[in-house]
Design a protein around this ligand. Structure first.
Ligand code: CA
Length: 455
């Protein structure tokens, strides 16, 4: 079995299947690092320079550093940002983490709900994925948070209590849906596309009704997750469009019945392929799908430059009159692994100019939000900022992941997803990209959200 981060890295490299370890954030196997990481860090270069100058100059340089540190760019307000800019956080794995015994703390070291810490830090939206039936025939969870509807209701209610709005991310699958896989839910197997559309409509309407009845402040709904190449087992665009129309209709009907504004979102990835993304949106317009927004995944270490990302959002808005935002993004604060299961982002994939540090993580976020704001994008969602270790890296945490679904996949997902989960199930591949350290204490970088609004 997989025992170390090195072995996992080797597997990823050898078969080009980073998406397996990603646990559904949607990278296809042939993604390329945006830019190779420089082995010479800024700190390293500074040390070399300092050794060559005299002590007095070194002291002066130190004084300047201290002076400028109070004006670090990531602590400044974003120029021109809208007051209602969405600072979203995907916190789908949180309940499974808590069930696994994970504790979270506030900045003073007191135990505190991670959702409250997010709200206090300027997060105003929580994103929650929903899988139709993420369990095997014996009721064992597939992992990845075991994100069924009751989980979304529980987390959604808590987020609402802290004053945040909620985005529901329907995968229309029983487990991860991304460019590599869009399996139909087990209950939909063998259905015609018309039957699937009916089932999808019913599932969407029933789920949203339960969420709203429970008091969850749903403001946005994703009808599908990273659906560039299909959805719910369908690949042909006309069939996918039929499913999307059923989902949109269900959202509209619930929205009207409850007198509540809920935006319909279509979610794509591979933003670096600008022409492909625009073609996808163009087809939605031509088939007259009723939707409001396009959400794009954008991982800066895989998905191209800030400039390109910003331009795509701008074009979606200019050409098609649709609001655009970043539905998933992230960056690491360390290259260490915290739970004994290798991480998706390692030192070789770092974005040039942004070290794997708390400040690097905050600065990437600040810069991404500046570019999104400049392009009239309505906001960003950070992906899984609370998915930290359930136990130390030197322990075998498998039993916990299997029991509570707090790893990216459990062995129980093998029958449903034999190609990925069946081979590579395990723990969190994202613990170095969370906003809490391996023991659950919030990082200073979490304060970037308030700073960006000038708070
Ligand atoms: Ca890990």
């Amino acid at each position: 079995m997989i025992k170390s981060r090195m072995e996992i890295s080797a597997i990823i490299c050898s078969v080009g299947m980073a998406a397996m370890i990603l646990g559904g954030c949607g990278k296809s196997g042939n993604v390329e690092p945006t830019e190779a990481a420089s082995e010479v860090t800024v700190e390293g270069a500074a040390e070399t320079a300092t050794s060559e100058i005299n002590e007095e100059t070194a002291k002066e340089a130190e004084a300047v550093t201290e002076e400028t540190s109070t004006e670090e760019p990531w602590k400044t307000r974003i120029e021109g940002i809208s007051d209602d800019f969405i600072f979203g956080m995907d916190a789908s794995s949180l309940l499974a983490e808590e069930n696994s015994g994970v504790k979270y703390y506030d900045f003073d070291g007191n135990e505190q709900d991670a959702l409250k810490t997010f709200a206090d830090s300027g997060i105003n939206y929580i994103r929650l994925r929903v899988w139709n039936d993420p369990y095997d025939e014996d009721g064992n969870g597939y992992g990845g948070g075991n994100n069924d509807l009751p989980t979304a209701i529980e987390l959604g209610k808590r987020a609402t209590d802290y004053g945040m709005k909620v985005m529901i991310d329907f995968h229309y699958s029983d487990f991860w849906a991304d460019p590599k896989r869009q399996h139909a839910p087990k209950a939909w197997e063998g259905m015609s596309v018309e039957e699937k559309a009916d089932a999808l409509y019913g599932f969407t309407k029933d789920s949203l009704t339960q969420l709203l009845d429970a008091g969850v402040d749903v403001g946005m709904v994703q009808i599908g997750n990273e659906i560039n190449y299909g959805m719910s087992g369908e690949k042909q665009f006309e069939k996918v469009a039929e499913l999307l129309k059923a989902g949109s209709l269900a959202v509209r009907e619930v929205s009207e019945a409850y007198g509540k504004e809920i935006s319909v979102v279509v979610h794509y990835t591979r933003i670096q392929d600008k022409a492909d993304v625009l073609t996808l949106v163009d087809r939605l317009i031509r088939c007259e799908l009723d939707f409001d927004m396009i959400g794009m995944s954008y991982y800066p270490f895989w998905d191209g430059s800030f400039e390109n990302m910003s331009r795509v959002l701008e074009l979606i808005n200019e050409k098609y009159g649709k609001k655009a935002f970043i539905a998933e993004t992230s960056y690491c604060y360390t290259t260490e692994d915290g739970d004994g299961f290798g991480n998706s982002l390692s030192s070789k994939d770092l974005v040039k100019g942004y070290p794997a540090s708390v400040e690097g993580q905050a600065t990437v976020l600040h810069d991404i939000c500046q570019y999104v704001s400049d392009a009239n994008g309505i906001g960003i969602f950070y992906w899984e900022g609370a998915w930290i270790p359930v136990g130390p890296a030197n322990a075998d945490n498998s039993a916990i992941w299997e029991q509570y679904g707090s790893g990216w996949a459990s062995s129980y997902a093998s029958d449903y997803d034999p190609e990925d989960a069946g081979k590579y199930y395990g723990g969190s591949s994202w613990d170095n990209q969370a906003f809490f350290d391996f023991e659950g204490h919030p990082l200073e970088s979490l304060k970037v959200f308030n700073y960006m609004l000038g708070k």
